[in-house]
Design a protein around this ligand. Structure first.
Ligand code: S3P
Length: 441
């Protein structure tokens, strides 16, 4: 364990400037996994070089893919083909990353090898039963700690069965795990999701040549994948991560006199819920230069400071902004009126209990909040909250960044006990934010 890195955000100067953000985390994990299963060499540009994604790269190497880094963000992957993964000779440590662990469990479940997955103390507390349950039906055997926790051993069958599964919770990770297992099963794998979740796996499977059919089904979708396709290497451009862009954008909305542009941000509608909620709150936020890069919509997003009003988020929007609620709650603290962020039960099983962590972050800085069932109620102050608090980041990068955004716009500095976990998703966060006008010490 490395020593904790405390960091304090002091009131910022008006944020100004134009900046890109690092590559999308979800897309980066998928790019490495699918290119490792494709035949030929894939060039990935804009890969997120955060710790979570570096864990996936190391795991895919341990499973036999050849992965090299040409220059910052530019990587080459020579895949082994579906069914071609080698048994790793050591435990695969997925660090802090739930996405890496759950998606990889899907890949491994249908390969006839034995593997063991583990992670850091945060990941070892997170539920894996949600993937073990559906993946077992392909013939894989799982052994894990009590309560479905890592470490977990997986023994894949010689001939995997295709899967048919209806998701009990809206989870792109579980959907993706099932689809990835279906890659090495003969026949059709079918996933029903009651609410649509991010579709990067489906998009990228098609990009590599798999046959994926997506049919609307009420608020959700039915996804069918034809098993054992030949995936062919295909270059990938990773867009900027909207979940990372959220931090400088919200900071600019809150610090008086700010106006910034974040370039090349992914605006896939299944990821862009935060932006529509902020519009509803009266945020001066606009998207320019919309284009499609590598099969994903991207745009440049401009944020300008101004007053905000409270909002109630409808339950069906939750999956499209699942990682953005801590920073949205910070925005709600500055808004006029009481906000209710609904249907946040899944936040309890993120890198930390993010529902409790977000409420505690605000309470420590003079903002009244309540947790009402699965809802978070934030009593907005109609202006900057007092700040001055200490925030426990609980091994959770998004709580750390949200607290530092709050401290940039509050009346008094906000201190986080450990900013180290920010590197899992947003390497260079402090430099980028201080380059725009923030004052971190
Ligand atoms: C992700 C899905 C979401 C999200 C996570 C990334 C993905 O998790 O919170 O950061 O890449 O599929 P769930 O599937 O658990 O909602």
């Amino acid at each position: 364990m490395t020593a904790p890195r405390p960091l304090t955000a002091h009131p910022a100067a008006p944020l100004r400037g134009t900046t890109p953000v690092p590559g999308d985390k979800s897309i980066s994990h998928r790019a490495l996994m699918l290119s490792a299963l494709a035949i030929g060499e894939t060039r990935i540009t804009g890969l997120l070089e955060g710790e979570d994604v570096l864990r996936t790269a190391a795991a895919m190497r341990a499973l036999g893919a050849t992965i090299t880094r040409d220059q910052a963000g530019v990587w080459r992957v020579s895949g082994v083909g579906i069914g071609g993964l080698a048994e790793p000779d050591d435990v695969l440590d997925m660090g802090n990353s739930g996405t890496a662990a759950r998606l990889l469990a899907g890949v491994l479940a249908s390969h006839p090898i034995v593997s063991v997955l583990t992670g850091d103390a945060s990941l070892r507390r997170r539920p894996m039963a949600r993937v073990i349950e559906p993946l077992g039906a392909c013939g894989a055997a799982f052994t894990c700690r009590a309560g479905g926790k890592l470490p977990m051993a997986i023994r894949g069958p010689v001939h995997a069965m295709p899967l048919a599964y209806r998701l009990p919770v809206a989870s792109a990770q579980v959907k993706s795990a099932v689809l990835l297992a279906g890659l090495n099963a003969r026949g059709l794998t079918r996933v029903e999701e009651p609410v649509a979740t991010r579709d990067h796996t489906e998009n990228m499977l098609r990009h590599f040549g798999a046959e994926v059919v997506v049919e609307p089904d009420g608020a959700g979708r039915v996804i069918t994948l034809a098993g054992q396709p030949e995936l062919t290497a295909a270059d990938i451009v990773v867009p900027g991560d909207p979940s990372s862009a959220a931090f400088p954008l919200v900071a600019a909305l809150l610090v008086e006199g700010s106006r910034i542009t974040v370039q090349g941000v992914g605006i896939n509608p299944l990821r862009a819920g935060l932006f529509s909620v902020l519009w509803e709150m009266g945020a001066k936020l606009s998207v320019e230069n919309e284009r499609t890069e590598g099969g994903e919509k991207v745009g440049d997003i401009i944020a300008e400071a101004g007053p905000l009003v409270a909002v109630e988020t409808p339950p069906e929007i939750t999956p499209s902004m699942i990682d953005e609620f801590p920073v949205l709650a910070v925005a709600c603290a500055f808004a006029r009126g009481t906000s209710r962020l609904r249907h946040l039960g899944e936040l309890r099983v993120k890198e930390s209990d993010r529902l409790a962590g977000t409420a505690a972050l605000l309470a420590a800085n003079g903002v009244r909040t309540e947790i009402d069932g699965d809802d978070l109620v934030v009593h907005g102050l109609g202006g900057p909250p007092p700040g001055g608090g200490q925030v426990a980041t609980l091994m959770d990068h998004r709580l750390a960044m949200s607290a530092l955004v709050l401290g940039s716009a509050a009346a008094a500095p906000v201190r986080v006990d450990d900013a180290a976990f920010i590197d899992t998703s947003f390497p260079g966060f402090a430099g980028l934010m201080t380059g725009l006008g923030c004052h971190f010490a």
